[in-house]
Design a binder for this molecule. Structure first.
Ligand code: HPA
Ligand code: ZN
Length: 330
């Protein structure tokens, strides 16, 4: 088969996906109208044209502004259902989904509304199509650790109700100036509570943030992690421990972490023995879902089919699925 059909045919897991980053301009405009939210852009085309980013912060500004149209349980449900539809077209069999309650509670939306809408779509897809998923609640690192604790306390009463989905804790938003250490205490608490832990590190931040995410936060996976390559000792450690990196090629390109896809270090990371995975991050903003990410990187880096298969196998290995379920997909 041609490269695209080959990629389409492989079952995949997505491990780095912000559900708020799947809000396409069309749905964003529809929700703005339904909820009577005023937008800074007159048309869908104008909004899409604004998706021209220079760095992480320039993206985050638009991403948080866009999320303001999400108000009701039904809104979160429709956004999540639309993402699942893309998973089906891309042969994504399992997804571990980040959500940022603080983006919504800040605007007066109940945290229960956020959980309920996302979970309803995920459970429906599980029950009707066997789609497997999990939820990873993420703290915004530009806010304080105190605010992260408050979010955790607000969410814990929901834990039992969502125990089939809510398995983990993540850390995202502006990386520079917000090191992992800032969240040491709240991650300690989450670990005692038995949550699986991940954190964004080494996207714009230095390799030291990757090291500290491992040593101070005790995370099991690193989201992005591409700047680990600047530190050979860290590279050796990641390879030895098989610490997964959830790499997002189109995101890295759109946020100018790399200037050309041909310069992306994904193949070097993979060939250095790291457990690299491919993910879409915020596909509505970065121009492509899973297969588009696979195709872009496979083409630009001339990945072999053996490499592509390894990347899809890594996605299941690096997932938080129980071992028996991983085998079912592999
Ligand atoms: N990095 C940090 N924060 C984010 C991202 C990202 O790639 N996507 C959504 N929030
Ligand atoms: Zn991300």
């Amino acid at each position: 088969p041609d490269l695209q059909s080959f990629i389409e045919g492989l079952p995949k897991a997505e491990l780095h996906l912000h559900i708020e980053g799947t809000l396409e301009p069309e749905l964003l405009f529809a929700l703005a109208q339904r909820n009577q939210v005023k937008l800074a852009y007159a048309t869908i085309e104008e909004l899409r044209a604004a998706y021209d980013f220079s760095d992480l912060q320039s993206f985050l500004d638009l991403y948080y502004a866009g999320a303001a149209v999400l108000q009701t349980e039904q809104d979160f449900y429709e956004m999540t259902a639309a993402y699942i539809f893309h998973c089906q077209s891309d042969n994504v069999r399992h997804a571990e989904i980040f959500f940022d309650p603080q983006t919504h509670t800040e605007r007066g939306i109940g945290i229960d509304v956020v959980f309920a809408g996302i979970a309803r779509a995920l459970r429906e897809a599980r029950d009707t199509q066997g789609f497997s998923s999990a939820m990873i609640m993420s703290f915004l690192r530009h806010l304080s650790e105190e605010e992260a604790f408050a979010t955790l306390e607000a969410a814990l009463p929901l834990r039992e109700q969502y125990q089939d989905l809510w398995i983990g804790i993540g850390l995202d938003s502006a990386e520079r100036g917000n090191p992992p250490e800032k969240f040491a205490k709240v991650f300690d608490r989450c670990r005692q509570l038995g949550f699986r832990l991940v954190a964004h590190a080494g996207e714009e931040g230095p390799p030291a943030y990757v090291r500290d995410a491992l040593d101070v936060l005790h995370v099991e996976r690193i989201d992005h992690g591409v700047r680990s390559e600047e530190d050979p000792a860290l590279m050796a450690r990641l390879a030895k421990q098989r610490t997964p990196l959830t790499v997002c090629p189109l995101s890295n390109l759109k946020l100018c972490v790399v200037n050309n896809m041909a310069d992306h270090n994904l193949a070097r990371l993979l060939h250095a023995g790291l457990t690299v995975t491919i993910n879409s991050d915020d596909p509505a903003y970065f121009g492509g879902y899973m297969n588009a990410n696979y195709l872009a990187v496979a083409t630009a880096l001339r990945l072999s089919r053996v490499d592509i298969i390894a990347l899809t196998r890594n996605s299941f290995e690096a997932s938080f699925l129980p071992e028996a379920d991983k085998q079912r997909f592999l």
